[in-house]
Structure formats: structure tokens, C-alpha cells
Design a protein around this ligand. Structure first.
Ligand SMILES: *Cc1c(COP(=O)(O)O)cnc(C)c1O
Length: 493
């Protein structure tokens, strides 16, 4: 098993580990592996961002596959060959010109702490088993609640991502609205339960629907509120849907639509939801919630602190390595009622300490609080604000530059870090430009279909992107557009 590496990281160039059997190779192995990681990171800004053009899954299977290994292989061989074999299909998500989906990089202290997190190997379910990891989560949780402008006393769970954050928050919602109707959903399930109305915007993220599915609430039963051209829920339509409602009701709003970055008008939605007794308002703010950290952007989330639960990601805008999601619930008792499990062998935490497993779906899990804690300390609240504001300014820079080119249209209001682009008003050409940019290697971004139209989607979510990176990316897009037009002219077919 050996592959073709790209310049920059050549495992063979790194000193071979000691073959002295007395040290079992471990310190050498870890030093050399750290070297590999450091070189990858150092060379990332200068490498092609996407996977090697033309790479196929068959190529990767040929390099990585084979029969089940029956016998042992020495550790450095395993690590160095793996590093070499995966190289062509690694994508520079952590680099400065990666603009795909909504994916942030990793700030240095957070990455370094992530290495230690694996090394420490703490299973952070119970305070008793991992006191330091549990307290780091508790401290980071309090910082995050303050940073994001959430109500004091809000409880926090450290989950894999916003999908599981949505799931956890909506499980708490399901508990609370049914308890109010005299139904114990944890004990009695949903069969025979009073009906629960679930209402979400037409442009709610698909992970919200998955969460609804996992919770047995049924995706087809979700009532969808019409949205405007930017994907924002129409509050008047919501008000009409809720008119006279008194039963169990969950409303799911969004801070940051995944294509446009647009925000539902929470300051209008909150009073509408509050007219329904006991209704629960959840906000999916996977990246948009971070607007709350900026005095300039905070108006976008106005009213968010009046909601009942919030989902966000640390692996997006806080630039923590994958995976790192966060769920916040105002009613900590509802949060725990939905998630906590009791088992005879799980001792109660001494002195009422916080047991992290009571706030997430998993019992055993990675100590995700460490890299989150490190990112918050490294950046500080001011640095987080600066990161968010800088990415928004860079998104505007790109939009302005592209909008000045003939035939390029910026198709959304750039209120945050998301830019939608179309080329010559032509969807096939737009798709072709995206593919060419991905292959060309200067930058990586992807496409989307928003309200039925093919668009290039650019998300500026990383800590290391500079104005120069934006210029280089705009140049690459313009070059690829010219190539796509030439190809079209040569073969209009
Ligand atoms: C990314 C995203 C999600 C899903 O988050 P994961 O971290 O991928 O689970 C949910 N909602 C919105 C608005 C998102 O942008």
C-alpha cells in the first residue's frame, strides 16, 4: 500500500523511528507523527486546496484497500503509509482558501489541544471518572453562554455537531410540551400521546428534519412556514398558523440560512410563539448564532435570548477541529429529563457535580470541551468577535469584486459570511465554473440549489483567510468563468 504524495509532506523524508526494541518505538513514533502533522499544516496554504484532480474512489481503494491484515505491522509503517496513501484525497478544509459548505479551520491552540485530548483519552461521561474534563466543560459552557448572549442558567451539552444539537434540543422540547399536556414521553413514548405540532420554515436546514425523524415526530407532519427570497420565515404566516393554538407546539427558527446566511426575524417570532401557552421556540444557529458575539452584527439575532433552546457548532465559526457541536437549553431540568439515564453502576456525582453525559445522547465520548476551551482562551471574546467580523468583511470583499465582473451576479444579500453567485444567468455554466474552480486548486467551494436555482456557494468561515486569499480566489473564479465560456463557445452542444 503506497500512494503518490503531493509536494510538502513526504513521510519517507521524516527520520525513521528507532528500531531499538527496548523503547517500543512509541516516543519516536509520536514525534515523527507530530512532524508529519506539522508539515501538513505548514504547507497547507501553498498546496492545491481540493483533492487531486481526476482522483477516483477506485484509486483510493487501490491504495488503501486489500485483504484484512492478518498479522501485525510496525506502527510507523502503518502511520506513514496511511499518511501517504490518503494524501491525494485530502482536502484543505483547514486552509485559508477553503470556502466549501460552512466549514471552519482550527485555531492553533485548539488543534494542539485536540492532539492532547486524544492522548489523554478521557471518557467524559462522569465527573467521578474524569474530573478535569468535566470541569473544563463546565467552565467552557459558562463562557459560551455569556459569549453568545444566552440567559444565565442555560444548560449546555457538548455534542458532535449541530445535527445532534438540534436533536438534543428538540428532545428537551418534546419532553416539555408533552409534560405540560400531562404526558410522560420518556416513559410512555409517542403512541397514544397528545399530538405535537412542529413548525419550521420552508428553508430549515435538513438536519432539523433528521432530528424530527429520530424523535418520532415525523418529517411529513412538520408544518412549513413560507419564506422570502433570502430564506427567512414569514412571521405573519407563522402568526396565522398559530392563531388560537393552545396545544403542545414546537417552533423551529433559524439564525443563518445555510445558503444565504439570512436570519429569521426572531424579535418578531418570539412574541408570536409566546402567545401559545407553553410553546417551545428552538433556534438552529449552527453558524449564525456567532453573530451574537459582535455589536455590529448582533441586530441580526435580536430576540434570540428569548428562545428556549439553541443549536450551534464550534467546528464551524469557532474554528475548533471536528467534531464539536453545542446545544443550549434554557430549562436545564427539561434538558436533563430528555437526556439523562440512570443505571445502577453509574454512581451519582459527588457533591452534585455536573455529569456531562446528562446533557447529550452519548454516555462514553471524547472530551470535546478541551479544544473548545482552548479556542476560547486563545482568541478571547474580542478575538472571536474579530474573527466573525473579519470573515463577514472578506465575504463582502469577494461579493463586491465578483459583482463588478460582467456576467457575474451575486444572488443573495450578503448579510453575513455566505455568498451565492451565478454566471451569465446560466445554471449549466454555473455548475461548470464550480467544477473548474474545484479542479484548478487555488480555492475550493461548492454549489447549491437554492429556491430551484443552481448557484455557486462561498462560505468564509476560517480564521486564516486574508484579503490576498480573497483576491486570489476571485481571480481563479474569473479565470474559470473565461475557460467555461470558451468551452461553451467551442461546443455549444
Ligand atoms: C451545518 C449546519 C447544520 C448541521 O450541522 P453539523 O455540524 O453538520 O451537524 C445545521 N443547521 C445549519 C443551519 C447548518 O449550517
Amino acid at each position: 500500500m503506497s500512494g503518490v504524495g503531493r509536494p510538502g509532506v513526504d513521510p519517507a523524508a521524516i527520520d525513521q523511528p528507532s528500531t531499538d526494541p527496548s523503547d517500543a518505538g512509541t516516543p519516536d513514533l509520536l514525534r515523527r507523527t507530530a512532524d508529519l502533522a506539522i508539515r501538513y499544516r505548514e504547507t497547507q496554504p501553498d498546496r492545491p486546496v481540493g483533492a487531486r484532480p481526476g482522483l477516483t474512489s477506485a484509486d483510493l481503494r487501490a491504495a488503501l484497500g486489500g485483504p484484512l491484515p492478518r498479522t501485525s505491522t510496525d506502527a510507523w509503517t502503518v502511520v506513514s503509509e496511511l499518511a501517504q496513501d490518503v494524501e491525494p484525497g485530502l482536502v484543505g478544509i483547514g486552509g485559508p482558501r477553503y470556502f466549501g459548505f460552512v466549514m471552519g479551520g482550527s485555531v492553533p491552540a485548539s488543534l494542539a489541544t485536540d492532539w492532547l485530548t486524544s492522548t489523554w483519552d478521557q471518557n467524559v461521561g462522569l465527573y467521578l471518572a474524569t474530573p478535569s474534563a468535566a470541569i473544563v466543560e463546565e467552565v467552557a459552557a459558562a463562557w459560551l453562554v455569556e459569549l453568545l448572549g444566552l440567559p444565565a442558567g442555560t444548560s449546555t451539552g457538548f455534542v458532535t455537531g449541530a445535527t445532534m444539537a438540534n436533536f438534543t434540543a428538540l428532545a428537551a422540547a418534546r419532553h416539555a410540551v408533552l409534560r405540560r399536556a400531562g404526558w410522560d414521553v420518556e416513559a410512555d413514548g409517542l403512541i397514544g400521546a397528545p399530538p405535537v405540532r412542529v413548525i419550521a420554515g420552508r428553508d430549515a436546514h435538513s438536519s432539523v428534519l433528521i432530528a424530527i425523524r429520530y424523535l418520532g415526530l415525523g418529517t411529513a407532519r412538520v408544518e412549513r412556514v413560507p419564506t422570502d427570497d433570502e430564506g427567512r420565515m414569514d412571521p405573519d404566516a407563522l402568526a396565522a398558523m398559530l392563531e388560537g393554538e393552545t396545544g403542545p407546539t414546537i417552533v423551529i427558527a433559524q439564525a443563518g440560512e445555510v445558503n444565504t446566511g439570512a436570519f429569521d426575524a426572531l424579535d418578531r417570532i418570539v412574541p408570536i410563539v409566546r402567545r401559545v401557552p407553553g410553546a417551545w421556540l428552538h433556534v438552529d444557529g449552527a453558524f449564525g448564532l456567532w453573530a451574537a458575539t459582535s455589536a455590529r452584527l448582533r441586530h441580526l439575532v435580536a430576540g434570540h435570548d428569548q428562545a428556549d433552546s439553541w443549536a450551534t457548532d464550534a467546528h464551524k465559526w469557532l474554528n475548533v477541529p471536528y467534531d464539536a457541536g453545542l446545544v443550549f437549553v434554557r430549562d436545564a431540568a427539561a434538558h436533563r429529563a430528555a437526556m439523562a439515564m440512570g443505571a445502577a453502576y453509574l454512581p451519582p456525582a459527588p457533591d452534585q457535580e455536573r455529569d456531562p453525559f446528562e446533557y447529550v445522547p452519548e454516555l462514553s465520548r471524547r472530551a470535546r470541551g478541551f479544544p473548545i476551551y482552548a479556542a476560547i482562551r486563545e482568541l478571547g471574546a474580542d478575538g472571536i468577535t474579530a474573527l466573525v467580523e473579519r470573515d463577514c468583511a472578506l465575504a463582502r470583499q469577494l461579493a463586491t469584486r465578483l459583482a463588478n465582473e460582467p456576467g457575474i451576479e451575486v444572488a443573495n444579500e450578503v448579510v453575513l459570511n455566505q455568498v451565492l453567485v451565478s454566471f451569465d444567468g446560466d445554471e449549466a455554466l454555473t455548475r461548470d465554473v464550480i467544477r473548474r474552480v474545484q479542479d484548478e486548486g487555488t480555492a475550493w467551494l461548492s454549489g447549491t440549489t437554492f429556491h430551484g436555482m443552481a448557484r455557486m456557494r462561498v462560505s468564509v468561515s476560517g480564521w486564516s483567510t486574508t484579503e490576498t486569499d480573497i483576491d486570489r480566489t476571485a481571480d481563479a473564479i474569473v479565470r474559470c468563468l473565461a475557460d467555461a465560456r470558451r468551452a461553451r463557445a467551442a461546443d455549444p452542444g
